[in-house]
Design a protein. Structure first.
Lengths: 459, 388
């Protein structure tokens, strides 16, 4: 997921190499060395910083001293980081597997264990990797019910697999550690004691499209319960000051991200989505960290320098595109072809949108509740459609492309209605069917033909 | 003039509110014909039940629809309905996925909102008396269904799975008074003794493989095929089956707690109106009733969308074991993430117990039944051979 497709590094990585390498303490230094040697593969220093952040966070998840929380997309990273947890995003890790060329194997493993080929491949690849013991062992699982149904179900399955391993025999130390939660507490919202030997699963229930006072109170109370339960269960400091500090860091990162986004309005766009698409990793688990601040500040500085230096000379921008949802993470030519051959610049993508207001450090639970509830994709389709239209206007795009990831009900399910809405407002949209992780579900030639037609129509 | 029809989509929606407003609640079960209207609104790889509801609403034109926030597909359903049928009253009911006191409080507010929008939308007033009466009627219906389910669960079922599920469907879609009458007549016709053996058994062929059915929405034609293929359905956990009327074994009180010893609400004789008196709710005000409804609905047997630490599967497996099921048919609608993700979990647990399970996927149309017939037949045959 991070940086250019890893095939570009010329590394012949196999499943066992990845599994064993990531367990060693030397991997951090090794990875950093590889990234440094191949720094030319990154067009931005900030993108390299994302890769380094992802690598080090993953190594911490394998070897770190702090408990590792697996989190779903949009789980409140500020709260968990403020409590000193290490975060691991299985969805982002699936993207890395795809970039390594390992996703197909992992999907096959999950399918052999009964996981349907109609489910999201981010989740299915993660399940396969978990079964194979490639991923670090979670000490706890935290899923938010927004945006998708799949992640909470994935975590439930992960927990089940771990429970059966416990029953079947000696614990498999997939992550090279065997930390157990203290106590025998209950999951948030589910007053049932869990055996202490496999991780607790916390589901944050985020009402759909409700931003009212009751919804804020409901979500905030869940976050507060999570905070206190984790503090007790893992003997973490129950000190809100550290959470407040994480929120201040989140605000700082947000400020730089917004500033960098402002520059993307320029024509030609100084930084395209092709270069920053992997920042979705930071969006998922980075906010609340110092690394996120550094990454977004660097991105702003680089975009700003480019804007001043070139003045837009020498860049062909036949048309400007807004990209919705994610892109294929396996090696492919889709975006390169779009930008370099067709001259269609993806100036903005939906996952770069900083949709939330600044958080109030003095009201951490309430602020994070408001942030969760305000996601444009978690509510009536008009909410997302209006956001897309606003982005289309602000970033002066000529057209919108929705990449319909096969197993994504949340995003793809609304694509036709968004297309209709945009059509009513004179903005053309193309729906490209494909799969972000599984190259078996994606016909690049067909996608390119459709892209050509779309760009021809726009230009 | 016909009754005003108000559709609802999920068993977590308290239909009592619709009934108390003087409207006729109707469970929307979609159409099993190929869809036409839905194709313009949602992609083909979305829940076929949701897609079929869009077409059903287009043809039936109910006066209103309540959709629960059950899943991503249901959320797209409310969007599609609002977009396509601007003249039809549509409201989304936020159903929590957790069941603690915070969730009950939040759901209480959602029910309160439901009352407000229905009063505004239909220019009616829901009185405490009307709400209590509606609760009694729905409880009466559910109580009768509970008895029908008891017939199914017997060592030698006194009713076929197909007939039983048609009773549930009728109870969810017909006028409630008519439904109560028909259920009583049917149960009476079966000469049911609540605690004793059935005196009139529908199924004259004992010893057939016993099948437990799990899944989301399963067309009754699939159940017919199971029984035509030589299996006997002895229990189910389906969205249009027992999840409509089965509640947690723990009885509720108005403050949301679960006191012991008060199980009168669902163990009465099924006479409408008895439930309220038995539960001692005769004099409580509307706020208490709303809280009661919120707590009761969230205490239902949880479906796959609800937060679960594994107890749902433990309980499900216990139910399957208690009924001596020879095998389990797990029926999933295509693209139903909730159940597609659940299948490997249940499969793993059943494998450990040596209980065979088969996954059937369907698109909710009649067209796929014959394909399913072959697999069902082979499964039943395999179960039968294991019994020898």
């Amino acid at each position: 997921m991070v940086g250019p497709p890893l095939d570009d590094f010329g590394l012949n990585l196999t499943k066992s190499v990845v599994r064993h390498a990531l367990r060693t303490r030397a991997v951090s230094a090794l990875g950093r060395s590889i990234l440094a040697m191949r720094r030319n593969a990154f067009s931005l220093r900030s993108t390299q910083a994302v890769a380094e952040f992802a690598l080090e966070e993953t190594v911490r998840a394998f070897n770190g001293k702090a408990p590792t929380a697996w989190t779903s997309a949009f789980a409140p990273s500020e709260l968990l980081r403020g409590m000193g947890l290490t975060l691991f995003s299985p969805e982002a890790a699936s993207a890395v597997l795809s970039a390594f060329g390992l996703a197909t194997q992992m999907l096959g493993v999950a399918e052999a264990h009964g996981h349907s080929r109609d489910t999201c491949t981010f989740h299915r690849a993660a399940m396969g990797a978990h079964i194979e013991g490639i991923f670090p062992r979670p000490d706890l699982l935290v899923a938010a019910s927004h945006l998708c149904d799949g992640a909470p179900r994935l975590f439930c399955s992960i927990r089940e697999v771990m429970a059966h391993r416990e029953e079947d025999g000696p614990h498999r130390k997939a992550g090279g550690k065997d930390r157990k939660a203290e106590g025998n507490g209950a999951d948030s919202g589910s007053p049932v004691d869990a055996p202490p030997s496999y991780p607790p699963f916390y589901l944050l229930d985020i009402p759909w499209g409700d931003t009212g006072r009751d919804a804020v109170r409901y979500v905030a109370s869940q976050l507060e319960s999570l905070f206190h339960d984790l503090a007790q269960r893992f003997r973490l400091p129950g000190d809100l000051e550290r959470v407040k500090e994480a929120i201040r860091l989140s605000n700082e990162a947000r400020k730089w991200a917004v500033a960098a986004n402002e520059l993307k309005r320029l024509s030609p766009c100084p930084v395209t989505a092709r270069e920053v698409a992997d920042y979705v990793y930071v969006l998922f688990i980075g906010f609340g960290s110092e690394e996120a601040v550094r990454i977004y500040r660097t991105l702003y500085e680089e975009a700003s320098a480019r804007a001043h230096r070139s003045g837009g000379q020498g860049v062909e921008e036949r048309c400007r595109i807004l990209w919705l949802h994610l892109r294929p993470f396996y090696a492919g030519r889709l975006w390169t072809y779009m930008e370099e051959t067709l001259g269609a610049r993806i100036v903005f993508d939906e996952f770069s949108n900083i949709y939330w207001d600044e958080l109030d450090p003095d009201k951490p639970f309430e602020s994070l509740a408001v942030k969760a509830l305000s996601h444009p994709g978690h509510g009536p389709i008009e909410r997302r459609a209006r956001t897309v239209l606003r982005l289309a206007e602000e970033y002066h795009v000529d057209g919108v492309i929705h990449f319909s990831h096969w197993g994504c009900r949340q995003s793809s399910g609304g694509a036709l209605m968004i297309k209709d809405y945009l059509k009513e407002h004179g903005v053309p949209m193309l729906i490209l069917d494909g799969d972000c992780i599984d190259r078996r579900n994606y016909a690049e030639g067909q996608a390119m033909t459709r892209l050509e037609g779309f760009v021809e129509m726009l230009a | 003039m016909r009754d005003k029809l108000v559709g609802w989509t999920c068993t977590y929606i308290p239909e009592e509110i619709i009934l108390a407003a003087g409207l006729r609640p109707v469970r929307l079960l979609g159409t099993q014909e190929p869809v036409r209207v839905a194709d313009y609104l949602v992609p083909s790889n979305l829940c076929p039940y949701v897609r079929s509801i869009i077409d059903q609403v287009s043809s039936v034109r109910p006066d209103g629809v309540f959709v629960a926030s059950s899943c991503n597909a249901a959320e797209h359903l409310i969007d599609a309905l609002r977009r396509q049928f601007s003249d039809i009253f549509c409201h989304l009911v936020q159903v929590p996925r957790i069941r603690d006191t915070g969730a009950i409080s939040y759901y209480e507010e959602q029910i309160r909102l439901m009352i407000r929008v229905i009063e505004d939308g239909f220019d009616v007033k829901i009185t405490p008396e009307a709400l209590k009466n509606a609760i009694s009627i729905v409880s009466c219906i559910k109580n009768l269904l509970h008895r029908a389910y008891d017939l199914l669960k017997r060592p030698e079922p006194a009713i076929t799975g197909g007939r039983y599920l048609r009773m549930v469907e009728m109870a969810m879609t017909a006028d409630k008074a008519q439904a109560a009458r028909e259920l009583k007549d049917t149960l009476g016709g079966l000469a049911v003794e609540p605690e004793g053996p059935a005196t009139a058994q529908e199924d004259p062929r004992p010893g057939r493989p016993r099948v437990f059915l799990v899944g989301s929405l399963c067309p009754i034609s699939v159940v017919d095929v199971i029984e035509e293929s030589g299996g006997v359905v002895v229990g189910e956990e389906l969205c249009a089956g027992s999840r409509y009327f089965l509640t947690d074994d723990l009885p509720l009180s108005v403050d949301g707690a679960w006191p012991s010893g008060d199980s009168a609400w669902f163990s009465g004789d099924g006479a409408c109106g008895q439930g309220l008196k038995a539960a001692g709710l005769g004099d409580i005000d509307i706020d208490d009733i709303i809280r009661y409804l919120a707590a009761r609905y969230l205490a239902k047997e949880p479906c796959a969308r609800m937060q679960d630490s594994g107890e749902r599967y433990s309980r499900l497996v216990e139910r399957i074991k208690a009924l001596n099921a020879d095998g389990v048919i797990f029926y999933v609608l295509k693209f139903c993430d909730m159940y597609l993700y659940e299948y490997p979990i249940l499969q793993g647990r059943l494998d450990r117990l040596g209980i065979p399970v088969i996954l059937l996927e369907g698109d909710y149309t009649a067209g796929g039944i014959e394909q399913a017939r072959t697999r069902i037949g082979a499964f039943i045959e395999m179960l039968d051979s294991r019994r020898i």
